[in-house]
Design a protein around this ligand. Structure first.
Ligand SMILES: [Zn+2]
Length: 448
């Protein structure tokens, strides 16, 4: 790994808020929660109707625990609201004169949901992104190669604003031009890379093909988000080795905001920006809070968002939460292991549930296999039984034998308790991706 340049600068971007004691942090959260609930009730018919339906008044929220009284908001409800009240729905709380940027969700799971940033929202998002970037080691003078997609998708803009605010030199290349990405890593020599994990691995592959060794470039750190990956140990190790960097995990989502949680240099889970977000982990069977360490659905409430605040947004992402102070000294809660899975991505096969990330973990733990893979779900026409096939690339033809296949299928069984079929293809055949990878191909009969 390249040496850190952290020592010349303070350890924290915003020490007071990042190391605030739990009690003070919760006092701040409650003040902000009350403010948010009151304005949502006053200025948004969407929220007022939901409160009135169950007889809840803003004055009923007197402790952080009282948040449990507020109904969840789901992505589908936001979509329905937009259709009923086009174009933006009635969950906008700020007046149009305060709107600055429109950021719809990517629409990978249906009609995009629109969110709006006010001037103050832009400032807050920039501030929390500065904190995250600083926490994984970005410092003034760094050359930041921003390989997150610009435009409507949110992470490109937030990292651009934050890198400038920290005092970095930004290369706003976006999620495109793999060859140019490699060029810029060489000259001017980016020191920080931001992209999806898939794209990072693709850049590494192109670098290798061009005979560029990680030690030839000054790249020091990378933070990767937009899809699962950086928190998967085998993927992280591959990115770190092939690019010669420390790799960190980034999380954000359009409805809440980009880059709102990231790992610090301790790699001890993603830290949430708790002064801006109230983070709950909810048991999806009981809708009650999980205990610290228990896995449940992440539910987020905006404490400072002005334009399109979410009260108890049901993310469909699974994680656990710990309030224990991190070795880095930051007090804000962490989700160890990052996002553990998305309910939307869960695959049910032969009575077992598993996530694509588990297949990824296995594939990338074998040096003999390429990073790229596909998960093909199909129905056997004769028997009507569902069949899962994992398509992976071999790096050398010699390993395409029974002994190696059985090693991989055993690893699948250990990880997921089911054994998919394995199909090995030549290296480079599967399409590489620059944005969010679509690795699950569902051809099952009921989906036709
Ligand atoms: Zn930390």
């Amino acid at each position: 790994m390249n040496s850190s340049k952290s020592s010349e600068y303070p350890q924290y971007y915003a020490k007071e808020i990042e190391t605030m004691g739990r009690e003070s942090l919760e006092t701040l959260q409650l003040d902000r929660l009350k403010w948010q609930v009151k304005r949502c009730y006053e200025f948004s018919e969407f929220y007022r109707e939901r409160f009135d339906r169950i007889g809840l008044k803003p004055g009923d929220i007197n402790s952080l625990n009282d948040v449990l009284k507020i109904p969840f908001v789901t992505k589908q409800e936001l979509r329905d609201e937009q259709i009923a009240h086009p174009p933006f729905g009635r969950y906008i709380v700020a007046p149009p004169k305060d709107w600055r940027e429109l950021h719809p969700s990517t629409g990978t799971t249906g009609v995009p949901v629109n969110t709006i940033w006010s001037e103050r929202d832009v400032e807050n998002i920039t501030q929390w992104t500065c904190r995250t970037m600083w926490s994984f080691g970005t410092r003034p003078g760094d050359i930041v190669q921003n390989g997150f997609s610009y435009g409507l998708w949110v992470a490109g803009m937030s990292c651009h604003y934050a890198a400038k605010a920290i005092g970095c030199f930004v290369l706003p290349i976006g999620a495109s031009m793999a060859e140019r990405q490699v060029d810029y890593l060489v000259n001017p020599g980016a020191t920080v890379l931001l992209s999806t994990p898939s794209f990072a691995l693709y850049i590494a592959e192109r670098m290798k093909q061009r005979g560029i060794d990680p030690s030839d470039i000054p790249l020091r750190i990378g933070c990767f988000g937009g899809e699962a990956g950086a928190e998967v140990p085998s993927t992280r190790r591959n990115i770190e080795t092939r690019l010669g960097i420390d790799a960190y995990d980034y999380f954000g989502l359009a409805e809440i905001g980009p880059t709102c949680a990231s790992e610090c240099e301790e790699k001890a889970g993603i830290h949430w920006a708790e002064d801006h977000l109230l983070v709950e982990i909810i048991d999806p069977d009981t809708n009650q809070s999980c205990r610290p360490g228990e896995v449940g659905v992440v539910v987020l409430t905006h404490l400072t968002k002005e334009a399109t605040p979410m009260l108890r947004y049901w993310t469909n992402d699974f994680a656990r939460l710990t309030m224990e102070i991190c070795a880095c000294g930051r007090t804000h809660a962490r989700s160890e292991g990052g996002i553990l899975g998305r309910a939307d991505d869960m695959i049910i096969y032969k009575g077992a549930n598993f996530y694509p990330a588990q297949i990824e973990k296995v594939i990338r733990s074998f040096e003999e296999l390429g990073d790229e893979f596909r998960i093909r779900l199909a129905t056997d026409e004769r028997t009507g039984i569902d069949v899962i096939t994992v398509v992976a690339e071999y790096t050398t033809k010699e390993i395409d034998n029974e002994e190696f296949r059985s090693k991989v299928t055993h690893a699948f069984r250990d990880e997921m308790e089911v054994t998919p079929e394995l199909e090995l293809v030549e290296f480079g055949i599967l399409e590489r991706t620059m944005f969010k990878a679509k690795r699950v191909v569902d051809e099952r009969a009921r989906c036709a």
